[in-house]
Write a protein that binds this ligand. Structure first.
Ligand code: ATP
Length: 223
């Protein structure tokens, strides 16, 4: 890995990881000329209910994805903290580890809308860039009027239109990547699996095989 090139970061619950994660982020990484993206599974999400599958299963599925998609590797720091996961602390740790490297945090556009609810959100752009992939809303938009105003102000100050800027600065830019929306969520996949249907067209092959082998998501119980 060339440590002078930008490092992509992609955090989530990944319960399970699906093609809506992999395809838009791969496309955005390509547009931005980023060749390494760390998948960062959270231990306990700070903004939603606990995961349905154990950290071990969620990580095992990510490792299968990394074996098939060389763009990705796993970063298990949040799992090792065994506490609520806040991106701020993960980014602070990664900034210390990579003081001279551009850090590009990939998120879906739904996450950009709620960014002003993240812990210490005003400090995040001091630590990383954000690369935003298009995502059509899967749930009612939870963005408040105040959050809308904050996001508009963030974009006015930080949005860039040329992705090369992500290589020139270490942090501080927001790039809205023109990726094709891939409409799926882990919630929908879990609901399909709980009904006995395997949505193969929305999951990497190795992940559906893992889910079937370990009988994951067959009910709402935490496994
Ligand atoms: P859940 O349905 O359990 O809430 P999810 O499918 O939204 O899960 P997460 O693991 O919570 O997935 O998402 C992590 C990140 O992936 C977030 O930045 C989210 O915006 C992004 N993301 C998830 N699904 C998509 C998608 N289909 N297209 C683009 N971005 C996505």
């Amino acid at each position: 890995m060339d440590k002078t090139r930008p490092l992509g970061l992609f955090g989530g619950t990944f319960d399970p990881i699906h093609l809506g994660h992999i395809i838009p982020i791969s496309a955005a990484a390509d547009i931005c000329d980023i060749d390494h993206v760390a998948l960062i599974p959270n231990f306990l999400p700070s903004h939603k209910q606990a995961a349905n599958s154990s950290p071990e299963h969620r990580l095992a599925m990510l490792e299968r994805v990394c074996a098939d998609y060389p763009l990705f590797h796993t970063e298990t720091w949040e799992l090792k903290q065994q506490a609520l996961s806040y991106s701020f602390y993960t980014l602070e740790m990664l900034r210390k580890r990579h003081p001279q490297r551009s850090l590009c945090f990939f998120i879906g556009s739904d996450s950009l809308h709620t960014l002003p609810s993240w812990h210490r959100w005003q400090e995040l752009l001091g630590l990383c860039h954000f690369v935003v992939c298009q995502r059509e809303p899967t749930k009612p938009d939870k963005q408040s009027e105040q959050q809308k105003q904050h996001v508009t102000a963030l974009l006015a100050q930080h949005q860039i239109t040329e992705p090369q800027a992500l290589h020139k600065k270490l942090a501080g830019c927001i790039y809205l990547a023109n990726t094709v929306p891939f409409n799926v969520s882990s919630t929908w996949i879990r609901a399909e699996l709980a009904q006995g249907r395997v949505p193969d067209n929305m999951l990497p092959k190795a992940v559906s095989a893992y889910i079937l082998e370990h009988k994951l998501y067959q009910s709402n119980a935490i496994i």
